[in-house]
Design a protein around this ligand. Structure first.
Ligand code: DOR
Ligand code: ZN
Length: 441
């Protein structure tokens, strides 16, 4: 039993922004009210000498924010197959420490999550030891090869919440069309990794002034834009649900904005590294800046922020992509793509978007919880009596310096090392259990 007192409850789904108490028992929110007397809470355990039910933990938040549990709709947990980079257990610990109560994990494991055996494995491992909720995403094509569709019905029954070939685009437009048609029977979204491989050519970074200066191979913004345009046309044609992963260009934002205005069923996410860093970071040749899609110049970053502000971009997702130090300790072109994000995403959102007045705190919570729940059709994303007690508690003034050595993740491939940030999660509650809390001080 848990009684949280004096929290500023912000729940955009129910339009709540109020100082309230929350009483939690057996994983559920039992009461949400202005003032809940600990002596009055129901429970079947004994009463101590102060008249308070034993086994009741009381937390006074003194006005700190309680949000519906944050959901990262784009995580790579690496298990099965790449356990030297991350496991379901370490990935879940990283999620909890970053303020996430749930993650949706991408299928580019080994074996690929393109069948129910892998989906069941992930769900069972997470239930046994995960701590946070784990929602698997199934592959669109077998082995992520882009050639033949998976049995999406089987994957849905096994528990996937979306399908994606993330890490790889579906280059064949006919296959993408069939995938969009097929998911309609199962009410699942297709999450698209938009990259025209003929244009991107396995490049190292964004194609532009900096790539020319550094002599690295460039990936033009158009490699993303043309696939976003194609997928929008296919979503319109099929009247299906399309979600664009890791939007990184001004062109994509513009296309998505126009598609939404036309009433096409499309949603989109952006990562904290894409709204925080530009391609100038690559000048260090630090392979921790290597990511796909690549970091872009300032004008793209500004367009992403505008897209977040006006609602074109629905969600903030980490694309947490752990790689071991050894994997990244190579020359820039040889390094794998990826940045870990679970333990920095909330602090980056608060520092770079909320404290700069780009987004209100209500909008930030919408993009970290309400919208991911809506897009993936999950039960969370709101705070209400009778609902699951999945909560993220925030301290907007908490000062942190990013230090990968303190990460719960197995990996530390972050270009944010040493960055000072303000604001972050201080407690993560899943099914009424405190799965992580920040050290005092
Ligand atoms: O940077 C990335 N890393 N982009 C992707 O699309 C895949 C991901 C990974 O799996 O490492
Ligand atoms: Zn990804």
């Amino acid at each position: 039993m848990l009684l949280i007192k004096n929290g500023r409850v912000i729940d955009p789904a129910n339009k709540i922004d109020d100082i309230l108490d929350i009483f939690i028992d057996k994983g559920k929110i039992i009461r949400l009210a202005t003032s809940i007397d600990p002596k009055m809470v129901t429970g079947d355990r004994g009463i101590d000498n102060q008249g308070i039910k034993s086994g009741l933990r009381i937390i006074d938040l003194g006005g700190k924010i309680i949000a519906p549990g944050f959901i990262d709709m784009h995580t790579h947990l690496r298990e099965p197959g790449y356990e030297s980079k991350e496991t379901i257990v370490t990935g879940c610990k990283a999620a909890a420490a970053g303020g996430f109560t749930a993650v949706a994990c991408m299928p580019n494991t080994n074996p690929v999550n393109d069948n129910k055996v892998v989906t069941n494995y992930i769900i069972n491992r997470a239930l046994q030891e995960g701590g946070v909720r784990v929602y698997p995403i199934g592959a669109i094509t077998r082995g992520l090869k882009g050639e033949s569709l998976t049995d999406i019905g089987e994957l849905k029954i096994a528990g996937v919440v979306a399908v994606s070939d993330d890490g790889e685009p579906v280059m064949n437009a006919e296959i993408m069309r069939r995938a969009l048609e097929y998911v309609k029977y199962f009410d699942l979204p297709v999450i698209s990794h938009c990259e025209d491989k003929n244009l991107s050519q396995n490049g190292d970074m964004h194609e532009g002034y900096v790539s020319t200066r550094l002599g690295l191979t460039g990936i033009p913004a158009a490699a993303e834009d043309v696939m976003v345009a194609r997928d929008i046309l296919l979503a319109e044609m099929t009247s299906s649900r399309l979600h664009i992963a890791h939007v990184s260009t001004a062109g994509s934002v513009d296309l998505i904005r126009k598609a939404k205005a036309k009433g096409i069923s499309i949603t989109a996410e952006v990562t904290p590294h894409h709204f925080s860093l530009t391609d100038e970071e690559v000048a260090s040749f630090d392979t921790r800046t290597k990511v796909n899609p690549p970091l872009r110049p300032q004008e793209h970053l500004e367009a992403l922020c505008e897209g977040l502000k006006d609602g074109t971009i629905d969600a903030i997702a980490t694309d947490h992509a752990p790689h071991s130090t050894g994997d990244k300790d190579v020359d820039y072109p040889s390094a794998p793509n990826g940045i870990v994000g679970l333990e920095t995403a909330v602090a980056l959102t608060l520092s770079k978007l909320v404290h700069t007045n780009m987004l209100t705190i209500d909008q930030a919570i919408t993009k970290l919880s309400t919208n991911p729940a809506r897009i993936l059709g999950l039960t969370g994303g709101s705070i209400q009596e009778g609902g699951d007690a999945d909560l993220t508690i925030l301290d907007l003034q908490r000062e942190i310096t990013v230090n990968p050595e303190t990460f719960q993740s197995k990996a530390g491939n972050t270009p944010f090392e040493g960055m000072k940030l303000r604001g972050g999660a201080i407690m993560t509650i899943v099914r009424g259990v405190v799965v992580w809390e920040a050290e005092q001080g």
